[in-house]
Every structure is written in C-alpha cells, then in structure tokens.
Design a protein around this ligand. Structure first.
Ligand code: FES
Ligand code: FES
Length: 211
C-alpha cells in the first residue's frame, strides 16, 4: 500500500518535520537573551501611606496589599484569602475602605492610603482601636486590623449618607443602628467569631459620634 496520504503529505515526511521542529524548540537561549526578550516589568508609582510619601518601582501585577506588606513592610494589614472574600486586607484609600488584595498598587498614583499603623499608636489609640480593646473585639487578632479600618470607614460612610442594602428609606440619611452596622461590616469575616464584641465596640464609637 502506498504511504501517500491526503493533502500530499507522506507519513515519513510528517515524521521528519516533527523531529525537526522538536530539535528547533530545544535550542537553548541564554539567560541574557531571555531577559532581553522580556520587557522590564517594573513601573513607578507614588502614593501617600499614613501621611508619608512612598515611591516604588513595582511589577504592575503587584497588589496594593503586597506593596504595603512586602515593599513597605507595613505588616499590620493582613492577607487572609487574597481573593476579596474575608476583609482582612481592608485599608482606607482617599477616605473609602477597599480590599487591598483586589487592587493593583500602580492604580493608586497620588492616592492617600491609611493602614492600621496610621490610625493610632500604642500610646495614643484611635477611638475605634480603644473600643475594640475595651470590648474584647478580637481573639487571635488576625482579622482585627481589617475590622478596625472597615469600622472607621463605615461610620464615615453613614455620616456621608451612603445607603446600604438594609437602609429602609433611601430619601433619608441612614442611621447608626445595629442592622446598619452589621450589614456594612458583613464583608469582614472573623473566624474566631468575635462578632458580638466587635459590634459592641463599633456601636459605642458610633454613639459617641452621634452625641
Ligand atoms: Fe483581601 Fe481576604 S485578603 S479580602
Ligand atoms: Fe481571630 Fe477575628 S479575632 S479571626
């Protein structure tokens, strides 16, 4: 039987071509050639963190969370899920809370970032930090920086009149009630289950701000 196949390609010819392409792809390229073939991934970005200017050159795929933790060594902000599901990485950017694991650092040129380190100091706690201590709003503490940053921003959101899923009357400003606070904090997971103490701490600060 002839080995000629449809399209005019013989089995022998096909094998020769395959062997040649494998040999070609196996030709080694030096590390220098490889580096020259790749574009330099570093991009400059500058933003303010806790009142201080930070200028970095980052791989554009670096998240804000990794920029804070790995490049600026601000390890108060925690990496939990790294997928926007736990809230451990919450920081405040230009007055609004965000999940820093979901945001690329290079998107924050000129922004003002506040992390847990920027809210207070051990000798001069932010009122929300003091309330968490007073009400035992934590156990292991891993979620706590995110909980506190979120809680601080939540009170500002309510004061600014931003409604939530449970705001009943959109024609009025939302209140500082339990349902509003719990709904707005629902993106911050605490695997230790310190929720009732966290809620008490936030409610106390909210009551003070209302007064
Ligand atoms: Fe960002 Fe979990 S680490 S939401
Ligand atoms: Fe442990 Fe919240 S205090 S996860």
């Amino acid at each position: 039987m002839s080995e000629e196949q449809p399209f005019g390609v013989s089995r022998r010819g096909l094998l020769v071509c395959s062997a040649a392409s494998v040999a070609a792809s196996a030709v080694p390229i030096s590390e220098v050639e490889a580096a020259q073939a790749m574009p330099d991934p570093a991009m400059p970005v500058a933003f303010e963190v806790n009142g201080r200017r930070a200028a970095l050159a980052l791989d554009p795929r670096t998240t804000l969370l990794d920029a804070l933790r790995e490049h600026l060594h601000l390890t108060g902000t925690k990496k939990g899920c790294d997928h926007g599901q736990c809230g451990a990485c919450t920081v405040i950017v230009n007055g609004r809370r965000i999940n820093s694991c979901l945001s690329l650092a290079v998107m924050h040129e000129g922004d003002k970032v506040t992390t847990i380190e920027g809210l207070g100091t051990p000798d001069d706690l932010h009122p929300m930090q003091a309330a968490f201590v007073k009400h035992d709003g934590y156990q292991c503490g891993y979620c706590t920086p995110g909980q506190i940053c979120s809680a601080v921003a939540v009170l500002d959101e309510i004061r600014a009149g931003i409604p939530s899923h449970v705001t009943a009357d959109l024609s009025k400003k939302p209140g500082f009630g339990n349902a509003e606070l719990r709904e707005r904090m629902s993106g911050n997971i605490c695997r230790c289950g310190a929720y009732s103490n966290i809620a008490e701490a936030i409610a106390e600060v909210a009551a003070r701000r209302k007064a």
